[in-house]
Design a protein around this ligand. Structure first.
Ligand SMILES: [Fe+2]
Length: 233
């Protein structure tokens, strides 16, 4: 059960962090002349991320978690991308990394968590997370499309420089099983909405091939090139 508690604690903070960075994005969208529709959608995403954090915290507390899962360094709640650079650069890089790549991969991972979950609280929570995250993925691509409309050559240049790093980082997080890995997630943990690392890995490669790279292709962004040239482990 240690793995279950630790996971729901981590999810509570991760969702809060999503809310916080989405709040920062909201201000940039307003300042940089994005459409009112996109700004409204961002506001909705922010609200949902906050609710996700509350829902995860409730699961954590119900399972016996007693401490505050949101205890963290304030600096970990801000957007780290291209600090000190113009807001448009920061927005584009953050959106590609966090939404277009991150949420596109997260949506099927949450969907996989709904498959074996059977305990009431975790079941309600992962179902909600899976449903909303699919919408957040759409939102991210829509923001990127508006950024491309504003300045396609500039976005392409930024994407060329940074997509390789984003793909490498996310592969390390979700597509890789360290040597000697002792899997803490079995059938019992699955009932609480956890999935083993092998499932993360399988879904990661599947979604890179079936969603992330085709979406980048559709926008003439060099994801495929970065993916084939990346340093493999
Ligand atoms: Fe979320």
């Amino acid at each position: 059960m240690d793995a279950v508690l630790a996971e729901w604690k981590a999810r509570t903070l991760a969702e809060y962090r999503c809310a916080s960075v989405t709040g920062e994005l909201l201000l940039w969208l307003m300042r940089l002349g994005f459409s009112s529709e996109i700004i409204q959608q961002c506001h909705k995403v922010l609200g949902e991320e906050l609710e996700h954090s509350d829902i995860c915290w409730e699961v954590y507390a119900t399972l016996g978690g007693e401490d505050d899962p949101l205890e963290c360094a304030e600096g970990s709640l801000v957007i780290p991308h291209a600090y000190g650079e113009p807001a448009f650069d920061r927005l584009v890089l953050f959106v590609i990394d966090h939404f277009c790549i991150g949420e596109t991969l997260a949506a099927p991972l949450f969907a996989a968590m709904t498959e074996k979950v059977s305990k009431a609280g975790p079941k309600t929570a992962v179902k909600r997370l899976a449903k909303d995250t699919a919408g957040h993925r759409e939102f991210g691509w829509a923001v990127l499309d508006e950024a491309i409309e504003q300045d396609d050559a500039y976005v392409l240049n930024l994407a060329k420089k940074h997509i390789p790093t984003f793909l490498t980082r996310v592969e390390t997080a979700w597509g890789y099983i360290p040597d000697g890995w002792k899997e803490p997630v079995g059938p019992e943990e699955g009932k609480f909405g956890l999935i083993p690392r092998a499932v993360y890995k399988r879904i990661f490669y599947q979604e890179i091939a079936e969603s992330v790279l085709p979406e980048l292709d559709a926008r003439n962004l060099p994801g495929r090139e970065a993916w084939s040239k990346r340093k493999k482990r």
